[in-house]
Design a protein around this ligand. Sequence first.
Ligand code: NAD
Length: 498
Amino acid sequence: MREIGHFIGGKHVAGTSGRTADVFNPATGEVQAKVSLASVSEIRAAVENAKQAQPKWAATNPQRRARVFMKFVDLLNQNMDELAEMLSKEHGKTVEDSKGDVIRGLEVCEFVIGIPHLSKGEFTEGAGPQIDMYSMRQPVGIGAGITPFNFPGMIPMWMFAPAIACGNAFILKPSERDPSLPMRLAELMIEAGLPAGILNVVNGDKAAVDAILTDPDIGAISFVGSTPIARYVYGTAAMNGKRAQCFGGAKNHMIIMPDADLDQAVNALMGAGYGSAGERCMAVSVAVPVGEETANRLVEKLIPKIESLRIGPYTDEKADMGPVVTKEAHARINGLINRGVEEGAKLLVDGRGFKLQGYENGYFVGGTLFDHVTPEMDIYKQEIFGPVLSVVRAHNYEEALDLPMKHEYGNGVAIYTRDGDAARDFASRINIGMIGINVPIPVPLAYHSFGGWKASSFGDLNQHGTDSIKFWTKTKTITARWPSGIKDGAEFVMPTMK
Ligand code: NAD
């Protein structure tokens, strides 16, 4: 059995805690590796290692730091097939989708190649008599990232690319479900020229996370995962005096106005609802057609498409989606479908009991569609994180707008319409972080920033974009006077810029 340890000081090290977790192949249900779960002392060792390496890295000029990312981007491209397959094998998503996962992270690495420009400070000449004032951005020191299973390429890179480019050392605690790709990324960073100790990967579960949250030498924590854990990480990090950005779950709506191009909307819903088996934080899980006629036509067009979804293991190049990640996820999703039926929603396509010949032990759930879902139902309130789409019918635009506005989550939302005025009004009034106008999965590109509102995000600065440079650096502001004013003697009055 393959054992996955940790990556500390530029090399693989075996775990010493004696605790491991199984890493499954979700398509077959087989255990394919054991991953070590770090103890407090293993986290401490990784932090000590990072602490030794960080000052020299911070003192390396930003152009040289950028060059590591130039090489790293090159290596990601050269190794793309291997990386995507490694990811698919543990996550279950299709290989093409895994490439998308890696490429979205690669794009953040491309963005941080601009670090010499991105991290420049501000300067005011003559802020007062002979006084210049300037600010510089200095690395936090040691940052940590705690990441979810669903994007094991993109999300670690969202975090470590800007953190490291800014001159920090970084401790990555990836999801214990699919740890191989993050470990490989760390190897490639070393191959790209990163000094040992600047990117350490420590595998683990709650014990490792708690050790990170209370470690006195870690200054900043980035978290992405489910909302209860995001809330916990945010609170605990803050109590321990650390800055934190914590991103949680989602329930993304797509509003379909009566004037929308319905075929376009249906295709968008298929990709956004069922791609990656619905295991994306930006997946659309609620469709809100406006008006009975729109609803009837939408549902009519969706049913045959959902019934003909091609579901398969990642080795099936033609598959639209793969299995869900674990047996527990499989049971939870099936349980929620049962709950929807009990609650009175109309189950139009039933994905329960889906079996694939030759993969009977895989965690497959068929595409599922509910109609006549209402806001009181659990299947509407909860994040299902599976291939289940709920249709909530709205009579008019205001009623449709009200649904995502009142929902607990606020990650993403989309509107399909040909009416520019409705789209503008929607973008302006909605209380959600990322909006798509005729775009189903509005994930911002690397040079903009990613982040939801409400229970989808705790903290104030988003992932990537210029927000990330602020998050991973501290501002120092210097007020300097050379040298004549000092000769005049002491000043006892509070200095002001009269
Ligand atoms: P999760 O919350 O179970 O795990 C995320 C991380 O937290 C993992 O590294 C895990 O080891 C750790 N963890 C789990 N339980 C913990 C505990 N009790 N204490 C401390 N740490 C703990 O999430 P997941 O199942 O891996 O990922 C799916 C979730 O992530 C979904 O809710 C999805 O919406 C969300 N997500 C959000 C975004 C976003 O940007 N908002 C992006 C991707 C995924």
